[in-house]
Design a protein around this ligand. Structure first.
Ligand SMILES: C[S@@+](CC[C@H](N)C(=O)[O-])C[C@H]1O[C@@H](n2cnc3c(N)ncnc32)[C@H](O)[C@@H]1O
Length: 318
């Protein structure tokens, strides 16, 4: 099936209200393109240390939407124009030109699946739900992960660096805190390596559902873990809920700048002798994190590398 694509030129000021008007008219989804700079919180959740240079915000926004070929596009466009005209009396809706083009049938929901296939992290097989485990892999540790909205399929170098360190330090007595748990992959692997209990935190509400789903498909019972949303760095309630002096391992795979703020706080969450595993550190931020770890009174045990990414492992000496 072919789709008709429409690209409406408006303003950044009007983009939210125009998008919701389009949805109210029955349009199923709207893509927004603009040059509005990312906020600090957007950047933290995107997990990029070096952001590409972007053009200056010119106040223009483009909203694209799609209609099936047999839908009455003239009627929809007429409705859109009437709504835009109304809005123009109280809001700068910009040029309101609508470009039309056609696009081939695309499976919007499943198209991305072609980019995610099973892969290994050392001898661990990570596999999406739509693929099968090959007979020769039956004796391997198999982790089922569907990339969802939360970060953490295991493909990223920093996740792999953390997985190796967690495996090295996990014992049957381990209680682990996974700060920035995303999909829950690190806490889940700690439990697979034999840990007793895992606590995950994240700022992104999607992390809760993703972690529950991933733990369930990997056969991990709800008694073995919990996940909470909030910022352990500056939210006393989250710190209290996470608890003090009770973790054998704290892992945090987050940007270097976030680790700098997190490290002095997380020392209180660790047990004496507990291990702090960090990654998310691009190579030229290695020293910054090492210094922050030492300044918090931790002993640096190891620095490991994969590609341009770094992981720092340290211990809290009692
Ligand atoms: C790189 S992802 C790591 C996901 C997963 N742990 C992994 O290793 O693949 C970083 C995660 O940290 C979260 N995050 C960023 N700042 C945070 C903070 N202050 N507290 C908790 N989570 C945070 C982001 O929302 C994101 O899910």
């Amino acid at each position: 099936m072919k789709w008709n694509k429409f690209r409406l030129t408006t303003t950044t000021e009007a983009e939210d209200i125009v998008s919701s008007m389009l949805m109210d008219l029955g349009i199923q989804g709207v893509e927004i393109e603009d040059k509005v700079p990312l906020t600090q919180s957007d950047k933290e959740q995107m997990f990029v240390d070096i952001l590409p240079e972007t053009e200056a915000d010119d106040g223009v926004a483009y909203l694209s939407f799609y209609l099936e070929e047999d839908e009455d596009k003239e009627k929809v466009l007429a409705d859109v124009r009437v709504e835009l005209q109304d809005m123009a009396s109280y809001l700068n809706v910009g040029a309101c030109t609508i470009e039309e083009s056609q696009t081939e049938d695309v499976d919007w929901v499943n198209n991305w699946k072609q980019y995610f296939h099973q892969f290994y992290v050392d001898d661990i097989l990570i596999i999406p739900s739509w693929e099968e485990v090959k007979p020769e892999d039956n004796d391997k540790m198999v982790i089922h992960i569907d990339p969802g909205t939360a970060f953490g399929t295991g493909m990223h170098e920093t996740t792999q660096l953390c997985i190796r360190q967690i495996r090295k330090y996990t014992t049957p007595e381990t209680t682990i805190l996974d700060v920035g748990c995303g999909s829950g992959i690190l806490g889940m692997l700690a439990l697979k390596f034999g840990a007793k209990y895992s606590v995950g935190t994240d700022l992104d509400p999607c992390a809760i559902e993703a972690t529950y789903e991933n733990m369930e498909v990997n056969g991990i019972s709800k008694e073995m873990y919990e996940v909470m949303i909030g910022n352990v760095i500056d939210d006393k309630d989250v710190q209290d809920k996470v608890g003090y002096g009770k973790y054998d391992i704290v892992v945090a795979n987050i940007l270097a700048d976030v680790l700098v703020a997190l490290t002095p706080v997380i020392v209180d969450q660790l047990k004496d002798g507990g291990i702090y595993i960090t990654s998310g550190i691009i190579d030229d931020k290695e020293e910054t994190v090492v210094e922050a770890v030492k300044a918090a009174g931790l002993e640096v045990l190891e620095v490991t590398y994969q590609g341009e990414w770094v992981s720092v492992t340290a211990r809290k000496n009692g």
